[in-house]
Write a protein that binds this ligand. Structure first.
Ligand SMILES: Cc1cc2nc3c(=O)[nH]c(=O)nc-3n(C[C@H](O)[C@H](O)[C@H](O)COP(=O)(O)OP(=O)(O)OC[C@H]3O[C@@H](n4cnc5c(N)ncnc54)[C@H](O)[C@@H]3O)c2cc1C
Ligand code: SF4
Length: 488
């Protein structure tokens, strides 16, 4: 530990953001960089706890006190070495992770936690700037071939780890570009795609083969893949979105959130969208149904595209501003989250049930009928919702985005061809990342269900270790982590 009284001397401080009104004029990231000494001072707040709860809060088990200390000591290359031992892509998590490590930080009990996520981002950006990040060169080549289906963070992490172990890796992606939801879900204002491209170039230079525009199960059959590769790892994500099948659903102007976000990411990348497919929210009154990350990204995107008004409604009740008896430190706090997209302007309501979509002209959406609800426990202790009398009203709108989460992966095609067993939620069932089909493994949202980038990276790494042991019949030298009990 470098500074004994750092946490007493220095307050938590993060880089300021560009003003909301000016940043909605563009899709770029908007944090204003601070001198490197500022990060070193922030790292000095770390107490190097005897039991570093931050580490057990992190699904990757990042060696947080160690890299904090190295940063404080101005040993940035060492900090990068420590960070890259557990995290393949700190440039992603350093930007978009909800940072369960910070929620678990001991300093957070009675002060503001260490700025762990920001320190992580600064370390990796420094490493890229100084050209310390180089392609992985395996120590030996095993001659084993692995196919990875899906190029999101789980597939990317798995590919990198298996390459490290000396296997020949081929990643298949049905979309036209690599990255999964990092590419076509998360907008550039949270994660600029140059950050993703820079990493992919390194992975290609390490010998990882990427094939885009190949839908496994359609363009190449599961049988063909099985015949050519020693193992297959399914990292196809959770893509079937929850719909809202209530009266009026057929009205025009109601879109799944991912249709809007994908399209906008394509536009920002310079692609052309045919006029008749373009979702134009300029001057429109937008309603976003669903209060999570996806909904928040729809708000940020709609504001940038000039929506007239944006209202976000959520069926669950409004979380409190501080921890309660059910979520004490170091658990993940179920508190109110206000994203930078919310700060840019929108109206939010909670405990709202949507009853029907209204179309005045019988064609296009013109409003939604909503009712306020109360969540109460029944005799069995299960939460039940009750509609409140005299609270029905109509919210006028011309565009609705459905952002109510994802149910499970797509079953038709690849999963059906392979015949893998699914769990009760419809995700790929696994035992230690192995599916019910020999030689076939699964990781990320396809196995776990809708989750986080940090969990996808963690799962990709863990699955790679299991696959390496399976292929080589001996204990893998790849690092592993006992998965944290403090999961989100
Ligand atoms: C809008 C949105 C915003 C989010 N924001 C955040 C955030 O801020 N922070 C955070 O931590 N998490 C966020 N998440 C969650 C996070 O993006 C996911 O948990 C994570 O990307 C899952 O990674 P994955 O690799 O398992 O799957 P994905 O990223 O979904 O990638 C799966 C890939 O597999 C491909 N694929 C599927 N089937 C086939 C097939 N048969 N053949 C070939 N390719 C196939 C898909 O095209 C896709 O590219 C967000 C999610 C969404 C939808
Ligand atoms: S819990 Fe917080 S203060 Fe303690 S080691 Fe981790 S980052 Fe440092």
């Amino acid at each position: 530990m470098g500074s004994i009284k750092g946490f007493l001397r220095t307050e938590r401080d993060l880089p300021k953001t560009e003003d909301a009104q000016s940043r909605i004029e563009h899709f770029k990231e908007f944090y204003i960089p601070l001198p490197i000494a500022h990060t070193e001072e922030q790292a000095s707040r770390c107490m190097d706890c005897g039991v570093p709860f931050c580490m057990s809060g992190c699904p990757l088990g990042n060696l947080i006190p160690d890299f904090n200390d190295a940063v404080y000591m101005n040993e940035w290359k060492e900090a990068y070495r420590i960070l890259s031992e557990t995290n393949n892509f700190p440039e992603f998590t350093g930007r978009i992770c909800p940072a369960p490590c910070e929620s678990a930080c001991v300093l957070g009990i009675n002060k503001n936690p260490v700025t762990i996520e920001y320190i992580e981002k600064r370390i990796i950006e420094e490493a890229f700037e100084k050209k310390w990040v180089t392609p992985i060169v395996p120590k030996q080549i095993t001659g084993k071939k692995v196919a990875i289906v899906g190029s999101g963070p789980a597939g990317m992490a798995c590919a990198e780890q298996l390459t490290k172990a000396g296997h020949q890796v081929h990643v298949f992606e049905k979309s036209d570009r690599i990255g999964g939801l990092l590419r076509y879900g998360i907008p550039d204002f949270k994660l600029e795609k140059t950050v993703l491209d820079r990493r992919i170039e390194l992975m290609k230079a390490a010998g990882i083969q990427f094939s885009t525009g190949i839908n496994v199960g359609e363009d190449i059959t599961a049988k063909e893949l099985k015949a050519e590769y020693d193992s297959i790892v399914l990292c196809g994500g959770s893509s079937v979105a929850r719909d809202l099948n209530i009266p009026g659903r057929i009205s025009k102007g109601i879109y799944p959130a991912m249709q809007f976000l994908t399209q906008n990411n394509q536009l920002v990348a310079g692609d052309r969208i045919p006029e008749n497919e373009l979702i134009n929210v300029k001057g429109k009154d937008v309603i976003v149904i669903g209060g999570g990350d996806t909904g928040s990204d729809c708000i940020g995107t709609s504001n940038r595209l000039g929506a007239n008004s944006i209202t976000q409604i959520e069926i669950m009740s409004k979380p409190s501003n501080s921890r309660g008896l059910n979520d004490p430190w170091p658990n993940w706090p179920m508190t109110l989250r206000t994203s930078t997209s919310h700060e840019e302007g929108c109206h939010r309501e909670w405990s709202i049930l949507t009853k029907r979509f209204i179309s005045e002209d019988g064609f296009h959406i013109s409003g939604i009928e909503i009712v306020h609800i109360l969540w109460d426990k029944d005799e069995q202790g299960n939460y039940k919702m009750k509609e409140l009398e005299h609270t029905k009203r109509i919210l006028p709108c011309s565009t609705v985005f459905l952002a109510m989460g994802f149910l499970h992966p797509q079953k038709e095609g690849l999963l059906e061809q392979l015949g893998v067993e699914l769990d009760e939620r419809g995700n790929v069932a696994t035992k230690n990342y192995g599916t019910s089909v020999p030689d076939v493994f699964a990781a990320g949202d396809m196995r776990r269900g809708q989750s986080l980038v940090v969990w996808a990276i963690s799962e990709g790494r863990e699955a790679a270790k299991v696959v390496d042991e399976y292929l080589m019949g001996s204990v893998s030298a790849l690092p592993s982590k006992e998965l944290s009990s403090l999961s989100l």
